[in-house]
Design a protein around this ligand. Structure first.
Ligand code: CUA
Length: 316
């Protein structure tokens, strides 16, 4: 779905959308009024060739003064004060009480992907670039960055919030209908800023709980010989120094957690679909798909890469 802030599906975005239409309406009204008066002056006004002497002697009538005061002072004051009040109201509405919120998601910005963590009473879930949330629920987001400034923006759900290293910013999402909502980094953060996308997947609460418990499970054991070969290749290569796969000895923290990578729709923060051919390309040399990403080219043979792909595809 194309991101469109004027097609809001979240409480915060709905509020901003309402404010946007008020501002747009007022601005349009003023522009039309001023252009109309200008046109009126052009059409109805008649040119008088007054000498400088005549101009100097012309007296300012009371009517002239009242036009200047009403159109130049009173009208702008009414418009600006009204806009100020509606904007303040919208700002105050965003300050919602999150003390009863049961769902908190931690999001860490990285060059150029999103780390997503859930802490539940029964365990932790770490994933990347896909944020599952329950619908019609206030979800608290805690945002920070591992490197440079990024900005979290899902136009259909809420306005943007920056992710800043060494600081935790909070915001909230409340999706009113299930769906996949496109998100995008909105703060220039380096060469692959444009390819730092993510998806918010809003699901009915029961479905969300199911996703959460499925993703708390450690990685599934390889089910085929090829996948088992892939697992041992993975565990004896440089992969493990950057990636975690829960339930194995891979516990790197630099790159995305791969415990349930097969359940995700894209790789490289939205740069390619998560299928065997793109995954293989990515593993062999991610720079061909996303130049400037921190995933280095791997020195693997073709069959080694095939086996790792087979292994990763079992991690549902
Ligand atoms: Cu991260 Cu732009």
């Amino acid at each position: 779905m194309r991101p469109n802030a004027l097609n809001p599906k979240g409480l915060e975005a709905l509020r901003v959308n309402d404010l946007w239409w008020v501002l747009f309406g007022m601005a349009t009204f003023v522009v039309v009024l001023v252009i109309g008066l200008l046109l009126y002056a052009f059409i109805r006004g008649h040119r008088r060739n007054e000498s400088p002497e005549e101009l100097r002697q012309r007296s300012v009538s009371k009517r002239d003064v009242s036009i200047v005061l009403s159109a130049g002072v009173v009208m702008p004051a009414i418009v600006l004060v009204t806009l100020f009040i509606v904007t303040l109201e919208a700002l105050a509405d965003s300050n919602t009480d999150l003390s009863k919120t049961t769902t908190t998601v931690s999001v860490v910005g990285h060059q150029f992907w999103w780390e997503v963590r859930y802490t539940t009473p029964t365990g932790e879930v770490t994933t990347a670039n896909e944020i599952h949330i329950p619908t019609n629920t206030k979800v608290r987001l805690e945002l920070t960055s591992a490197d440079v400034n990024h900005s979290f923006w899902v136009p259909q759900l809420a306005p943007k919030t920056d992710l800043i290293p060494g600081q935790t910013n909070t915001m909230w999402l409340d999706a009113r209908s299930p769906g996949s909502y496109h998100g995008q980094c909105a703060e220039f953060c380096g060469v692959q800023h444009a390819n730092m996308a993510f998806t918010v997947i809003a699901q009915p609460p029961a479905e969300y709980q199911q996703w959460l418990s499925q993703n708390q499970k450690p990685a599934a054991a390889p089910s085929s010989l090829l996948a088992a070969t892939g697992e041992s290749t993975f565990m004896t290569s440089a992969c493990v120094s950057c990636h975690t796969i829960q339930g194995t000895q891979a516990d790197g923290k630099v790159g995305p957690d791969l415990t349930h990578i097969a359940s995700r729709k894209t790789i490289g923060a939205g740069v390619a679909p998560n299928d065997a051919s793109h995954l293989k390309k990515w593993i062999m040399n991610a720079q061909t798909l996303k130049p400037g990403s921190n995933m280095p080219p791997m020195s693997l043979t073709d069959s080694q890469a095939d086996s790792i792909v087979a292994y990763l595809e079992t991690l549902k």
